[in-house]
Design a protein around this ligand. Structure first.
Ligand code: HEC
Length: 98
């Protein structure tokens, strides 16, 4: 189970920055759901991210992107997203992940 999750996440890690180029917020958030669980309800050790405000999500993503917040993978993932994409993702996740 853990091995499967790791393999799936490694694949998502590889495609996430490329997918971020021209994707809708819904499409962008699919790569997040691959690790954080459907609707942000994580089934495993990765933190759940549903029920957060857009500001909290965007702030956390920017802190990962600038390496101000320590991370194993999120700092690399966050670097694949522009400010506009982070704001769009944060709005999408806050509005629809409950
Ligand atoms: C490869 C798996 C993976 C993907 C894909 C992924 N995350 Fe994460 N995320 C993690 C892990 C693991 C952590 C814990 C911090 C760390 O070790 O990097 C985390 C932490 C977070 C946190 C902080 C949660 C907390 O309470 O500490 C947020 C917010 C977050 N991710 C948002 C996102 C968003 C938005 C996306 C899609 C753009 C995304 N993540 C994609 C694995 C992933």
């Amino acid at each position: 189970m853990i091995r499967t999750t790791t393999a799936a996440c490694a694949t998502l890690l590889a495609v996430a920055p490329a997918a971020a180029q021209n994707a809708s917020p819904q499409l962008l958030s699919l790569s997040c759901a691959g690790c954080h669980g459907p609707g942000g309800h994580s089934p495993g050790p990765i933190p759940s991210i549903y029920g957060r405000s857009p500001a909290a999500i965007a702030e956390t993503m920017r802190a990962f992107r600038s390496d101000q917040r320590p991370a194993t993978v999120m700092n690399r993932i966050a670097k694949g997203y522009s400010d506009a994409e982070i704001d769009a993702l944060a709005r999408e996740i806050a509005a629809n992940w409950r």
